[in-house]
Design a protein around this ligand. Structure first.
Ligand code: NAD
Length: 492
């Protein structure tokens, strides 16, 4: 196998990667007859490797094999499917550190976050193994004499999974682990800027199917962009499309899937707020806001973008926050001690700079940061802005480390500001008052899917259903009863 130009990329060979990689895994074989693209390191914009993307021919070949494999996979008892997912978890454990490094290299997140993301899939595998013995139906009292009424859950067939660049493999894990134990084949299109992660993950999953003499087409994967995504959205062989990405693209995908009566599971943009009340544990809240606003360079769907501070603690809080922001170490995400890595692409950096211009033109006052950092990579300064909640820019998701600070007087007002944006993913309140907490989590509280108390907005526990309301799409993945979306209910 040819070696990589840079010595520090040699570990990629341990993941089965090469300087040039086929990016279509169709019918259990690697190929690709689409365009050749390069994947780059966001820290310096140097090329890591080349990938031959999938063409529409590759897609068609792969999908028809996947559709056939569905007949085999759905006939295997659910606990046996769980055993396969257990083996996938073990195969991932064996490659945890290499995969974590690849995430850091190709996506740009800091190494502990890269390793943490892979660990999340391993945890999902464990969760799904248990679930494979609990896909229970129910017996319902019938009004007819001598009759039993029951509900059973059957697989859907093939589940399409389209994922975003910022969680290039965890989101696949949330969907695929559940979809597989539920008896579905998976067709995955990863983000176009993280193809090495798509290929490395797929190789690990495929090795398990191969070892168990099962059709590798049960898990089919394509590197590519909008064209393959569109094909999945329009494909009547795919009853459920799970889409993670921007609200703009998600809305298009939903319309296309709905037009053919398919089901859609949407995990779209967030615009998440933390409310800090006058009685809050301020040091805890300061650390939490820092973690939520700057972690993953502000490129999480659950990143805190809006900070709502009670007027009585407003200035003290901001002073302390500015101090901790100044201590954030910015640099190579693979290096120990780095807290803030680069943005993912040069386009992300441009959109950060354009966002700062909009903020200024709409009356926002930059308290800290606000510029790109002079370097070969896509580094920007962590930024704190003072702005009115009425400024239009506050309603949008600026995908970078930009935090909008705002003042409020009452809890009612804070909740209204929290709920005033189109998105509804995550939210959090810092307070010690039980009445404020119960109001916050109740019907007149936060309108988001994730309603936290005294913890940051970011981070997801796999045991709970993850997702958000309104323009975030309404989908729920991973834990709780999310599995029901990956099956069809038969009542008899
Ligand atoms: P994006 O919408 O640009 O792309 C997402 C995916 O859609 C990619 O794989 C892309 O190739 C594909 N795609 C593009 N055009 C398509 C089309 N016409 N039809 C079908 N697929 C198409 O998003 P991104 O920039 O990769 O990711 C960032 C966004 O994702 C942010 O808005 C973030 O909040 C959101 N996100 C949400 C969650 C969540 O759980 N709610 C999780 C991660 C990311």
């Amino acid at each position: 196998m040819a070696s990589f130009a840079r010595q520090e990329h040699q570990f990629l060979a341990e993941l089965g990667l090469a300087p040039r990689n086929p990016g279509s895994f169709a019918c259990g074989a690697w190929g690709g007859s689409g365009p050749v693209v390069t994947t780059t390191n966001p820290s310096n914009n140097e090329v890591i490797a080349e990938v031959v993307e999938a063409s529409m021919d590759d897609y068609e070949k792969g999908m028809s094999a996947c559709f056939d494999a569905a007949k085999t996979w759905m006939a295997i008892p659910a606990p046996k499917r769980g055993e396969i997912v257990r083996q996938i978890g073990d195969a991932l454990r064996a490659k945890l550190h290499h995969l974590g490094r690849l995430l850091s290299l190709e996506m740009g997140k800091i190494l502990p976050e890269g390793i943490g993301e892979v660990q999340e899939i391993i945890d999902m595998c464990d969760y799904a193994v248990g679930l494979s013995r609990q896909l229970n139906g129910s017996i319902i009292p019938s009004e007819r004499p001598n009759h039993m009424m029951m509900e059973v859950w059957n697989p859907l067939g093939v589940v399409g999974v389209i994922t975003a660049f910022n969680f290039p493999c965890a989101v696949l894990g949330w969907n695929a682990c559940i979809a597989l134990v539920c008896g579905n084949c998976v067709v995955w299109k990863g983000a176009p800027t993280t193809p090495l992660i798509t290929i490395a993950m797929t190789k690990i999953v495929a090795s398990v199917f191969e070892k168990n003499n099962l059709p590798s087409a049960i898990f089919t994967a394509f590197c590519g962009g909008a064209e393959i995504g569109q094909a999945i959205a329009l494909d009547t062989r795919i009853p459920l499309v799970s889409f993670t990405g921007s609200t703009k693209v998600g809305q298009m995908v939903q319309q296309q899937v709905s037009a053919r009566f398919g089901k859609c599971l949407l995990e779209l943009s967030g615009n998440n707020a933390i409310i800090v009340m006058d009685d809050a544990d301020i040091p805890l809240a300061v650390r939490s806001v820092l973690f939520a606003a700057v972690g993953t360079a502000g490129q999480r769907c659950t990143t805190c973008r809006r900070l709502l501070l009670h007027e009585s603690i407003y200035q003290t809080f901001l002073d302390q926050l500015v101090e901790v922001y100044k201590q954030v170490r910015i640099g190579d995400p693979m290096e120990k001690g780095t807290l803030l890595g680069p943005l993912h692409t040069t386009a992300s950096k441009e959109s950060f700079l354009k966002g700062i211009q909009n903020i200024r033109s709409q009356g926002g006052k930059i308290l800290l940061g606000g510029s790109a950092i002079e370097s070969e990579g896509n580094f920007v300064q962590p930024t704190i802005v003072e702005i009115s909640p009425a400024a239009p820019v506050v309603r949008e998701e600026l995908f970078g480390p930009v935090l909008y600070a705002m003042k409020f007087q009452t809890l009612k007002e804070a909740i209204e500001i929290n709920n005033s944006v189109p998105q509804g993913l995550s939210s959090s309140i810092f307070t010690r008052k039980p009445d404020a907490i119960f109001k916050w989590i109740g019907p007149h509280g936060s309108d988001c899917g994730i309603v936290n108390v005294n913890i940051p907005t970011n981070g997801a526990e796999i045991g709970g259903a993850f997702g958000g309301e309104k323009a975030t799409g309404g989908g729920r993945e991973a834990g709780s009863d999310s599995w029901k979306q990956y099956m069809r209910r038969a009542t008899w």
